[in-house]
Design a protein around this ligand. Structure first.
Ligand code: FPP
Ligand code: MG
Length: 300
């Protein structure tokens, strides 16, 4: 797998080199490659290492990277993958324009593929963008609607993972529906685990203060579950903390109630449900099962 991921990274670099701009190439090289989950899935599902597979992995990684460059501007994030973000170092304009370059270069490459692949990848980019805008809109007020949250995380995170799995199946003539569902469940579990870790992991592990999501206005699933459990006074109090700087007392109140209400446990159960649903679809692939298991053991 390491060898495959290196080939993808090299292919991405070759695509950026084609632009003929050394500064952009240096910026690209300065970005940490991350776990490359989408490429791992593509390889494990498609199995045969063809040039089409490497090309599609590179396209999906470039789109993902572009979305993170834009997301860090939108979220005002100083760090990405444990390093200062591009917007923190070079400013928002550079981060947005670099994202545009990665995104459009990926789409130029995508044009070489069949319609089914093009429409799935392009469709998931529309979903990513929709998920992001809903995420930002929801953070303006305290959202306590679980279905809206689930739909948002599907669009924002699960859709591209679903697509990576589906195109892996298309390339190898496997059942697209099965792998698409696998990617869907994996993506949902991935984002729910991320949202739980924002509460339960230490600030050192996160590289940012715990409960940053809530301070930014994001009422992820544990907060939604807590809201429904609280009485009217409790609900008003929880809403009064939304998007505020948290004192140590506020933080302790939140943590105690998130635990007592079962909000964290119910969120974990939902992540487990999605991970198990993913596993049930790929019983014959120990590597795909391992990805779904590892994801859950990340921190809890
Ligand atoms: C991270 O979410 C953000 C995403 C997964 C999607 C962002 C999508 C866009 C900005 C629109 C698409 C744009 C292009 C150019 C393709 P997060 O903020 O919850 O996670 P984080 O903690 O990793 O920042
Ligand atoms: Mg973000």
């Amino acid at each position: 797998m390491k060898n495959y991921l290196e080939k993808v990274q090299n292919h991405m670099m070759a695509l950026i080199k084609e632009l003929g701009d050394d500064h952009i190439l240096r910026l690209f090289k300065s970005i940490e490659s991350g776990k490359m989950v989408r490429s791992r899935l593509l390889k494990l599902i498609a199995e045969n290492e063809t040039s089409d597979l490497i090309s599609l992995s590179s396209i999906i990684e470039l789109i993902h990277l572009a979305s993170l460059l834009h997301d860090d501007v939108i979220d005002n994030s100083d760090t990405r993958r444990g390093k200062p973000s591009i917007n923190a170092t070079y400013g928002s304009k550079v981060s947005i324009m670099l994202g545009d370059i990665f995104y459009s270069k990926a789409f130029s490459e995508l044009g070489k593929f069949d319609y089914e692949i093009v429409s799935r990848v392009a469709g998931s980019v529309t979903k990513l963008s929709l998920g992001e805008i809903v995420d930002v809109r929801l953070s303006e007020h305290f959202n306590h609607d679980e279905n809206i949250y689930l739909n948002m995380i599907y669009n924002k995170t699960a859709s591209l993972i679903e697509t990576a799995s589906a195109v892996g199946a298309i390339l190898s003539n496997k059942d697209v529906e099965t792998y698409s569902k696998y990617g869907y469940h994996l993506g949902m579990a991935f984002q729910i685990v991320d949202d739980i870790l924002d509460i339960v992991a230490s600030s050192e592990e996160l590289g940012k203060p715990a409960m940053s999501d809530f301070v930014e206005g994001k009422t992820t699933i544990p907060y939604i579950k807590l809201w429904h459990w609280l009485d009217n006074n409790g609900k008003r109090y929880l809403e009064s903390l939304h998007k505020k700087h948290l004192t140590p007392d506020d933080y302790n109140w939140l943590l105690k109630n998130l635990e007592e209400s079962g909000g964290i446990r119910q969120a974990k159960d939902l992540a487990k449900f999605h991970s198990k649903s993913a596993i049930n679809l790929v019983k014959d692939s120990p590597e795909l099962i391992e990805i779904a298991e590892k994801l859950l053991s990340r921190g809890f």
